[in-house]
Design a protein around this ligand. Structure first.
Ligand SMILES: [Zn+2]
Length: 489
């Protein structure tokens, strides 16, 4: 099999020699290198990129990996002395070496045809250990260049390059899908201290590390946020009382009543609300009153819970200059005299954790989650907003996402707490919550009877070594489609 295979590839190798010579990368026609794909087929470096191991198994042999590849070397001159080959992954943005792997070549009896054992690319360091036998995996990232650096005899080192995935923008299963993402790190409003990292530069470093791990997990799908230092990361104080919610508990129509609101120490109202208005209509009426006072008011409607009469509504209030308003109640007065359709003021208080209601996120989140996301999100539904918070009020919650299918104004946003950050490589919470958004599905495989704990979308994190981080090929396809159709800058 081996000899047949070498014969089959010889003519292709000569073609490669000629094409690479023309490109100036290999000007010595006496030596040629070819990249060989998993089925023994020669890869065309311009068209057939290397891909990542897609196995969902924790430990497996490289020969069984569908993404395996090997190197094939031909030397047309007399066999030279010692051959040295190193595989190197290079980050093209900075021309910096990411990883290197010495490769032992086995040469035929004439010494002119040599080939490497099967090799594979992995995206994260932990995965270097899962490929057997050891020393067969090279770490790389989407968009990297992999170089085979060859020294044969006393001559200079020569190299042949191939890409990891195809360029972004191409309609190809391995072309990069750029995930547009913005990160907000919450800070204590009194001290200005962010919930992670100690200060603003520290918070940004923590956030960037999270993004680099996210890139590793999504790499087998050829989805990524780009270089973490190019992603927008902002530190923002937790919003004060700036949101009005209408008919929070029951979603009932108005019974009629007066509203008295204090905005930044100005007493506004009383404003009359007629009987029989839906929460959305009341919110619109309130917005009109607020705008008449020179304020800005953004009305959003929450997804309707089945048990409610109507969908509830929110009004985010800003000062004329766009800064968040500070809402309160008149002294000794009620906010609204309408007992049927109550008004609530939403604010974020870090001390007791962020309130969160239903785990699915399908019904628009708690008042506190809405206040946070509506006040500090970029308001653009086609970018993903990530909020790093201190903790949730429910102790076992580490992340919460709001999927597009919910129809919620919070869609394509997610919250991740501090405990998820320090367990980054055990629970992969950020990637898991992003997975919900990209799959547009709040469900988990284990709820459908698939108990593979190594899967990223499994609802319970597993052991540190195994890490729930594998994405099934069909899920990769769905995620890539979601990025293409729904997310863009
Ligand atoms: Zn989940």
């Amino acid at each position: 099999m081996k000899n047949e295979f070498i014969g089959r590839t010889t003519s292709y190798l000569i073609a490669i020699v000629l094409s690479l010579s023309a490109a100036g990368r290999a000007d010595d026609p006496s030596i040629a290198l070819c990249w060989i794909g998993p089925h023994g087929q020669p890869l065309r470096p311009e068209k057939d990129p290397l891909v990542f191991s897609r196995s969902t198994l924790h430990q497996h042999r490289v020969e069984r990996d569908g993404a395996r590849f090997r190197l094939q070397l031909e030397h047309r001159a007399r066999p030279g002395p010692r051959l040295r080959v190193t595989l190197v992954s290079v980050n093209p943005l900075y021309n910096r070496v990411r990883d290197r792997l010495p490769v032992t070549m086995r040469c035929g009896s004439n010494g002119r045809s040599c080939r490497s054992p099967w090799l594979v690319l992995v995206a994260d360091k932990d995965d270097l250990q899962r490929i057997e036998p050891p020393g067969r995996a090279l770490r790389a990232a989407v968009g990297d260049r992999v170089e085979a650096r060859v020294r044969w005899g006393g001559g200079p080192s020569r190299s042949w390059a191939i890409g990891v995935g195809r360029p972004a923008g191409e309609d190809h299963p391995t072309s990069l899908r750029q995930l547009p993402l913005r990160m907000v790190v919450l800070a204590d409003p009194a001290s200005g201290r962010p919930v992670v990292g100690g200060d603003e530069p520290g918070a940004k470093r923590v956030a960037q590390f999270q993004l680099s791990v996210l890139n590793e997990i999504l790499a087998p799908c050829f989805i990524g946020v780009g270089a973490p230092e190019t992603v927008e990361i902002v530190v923002e104080p937790a919003p004060g009382p700036c949101l009005l919610t209408v008919a929070e508990e029951l979603g009932l129509p108005s019974g009629g009543g007066e509203i008295r609101l204090q905005v930044d120490n100005r007493r506004l109202g009383p404003w009359w609300i007629d009987r029989g208005l839906t929460p959305a209509q009341t919110a619109a009426r309130l917005a009109t009153y607020l705008v008449e006072e020179g304020l800005k008011a953004e009305v959003t409607i929450n997804p309707k819970k089945p048990a409610l009469a109507h969908a509830t509504a929110n009004v985010l209030v800003r000062a004329g200059n766009g800064g968040l308003a500070r809402l309160s109640v008149w002294p000794d007065q009620r906010l609204s005299t309408d007992r049927q359709q109550p008004l609530t003021i939403g604010r974020v208080t870090l001390g007791d954790g962020i309130d969160t209601t239903d785990g699915s996120g399908l019904f628009g989140g708690s008042v506190e989650e809405r206040t946070l996301i509506l006040a500090l999100g970029d308001g653009i539904a086609h970018t993903v907003d990530v909020f790093l918070i201190n903790r949730f009020s429910i102790s076992d919650r580490q992340g919460q996402s709001f999927v597009r299918a919910s129809g919620s104004p919070l869609r394509n946003s997610l919250l991740v707490d501090w405990s998820a950050l320090w367990r980054t490589r055990q629970s992969y919470t950020l990637a898991h919550e992003i997975g919900h958004i990209l799959l547009d599905d709040p469900g988990h495989p284990d709820e459908r009877g698939d108990e593979r704990t190594e899967l990223l979308m499994h609802s319970r994190s597993s052991s540190a070594r195994r890490g729930p981080k594998r994405i099934l090929p069909a899920d990769c396809q769905k995620m890539r489609r979601f990025v293409t159709e729904h997310l863009h800058r």
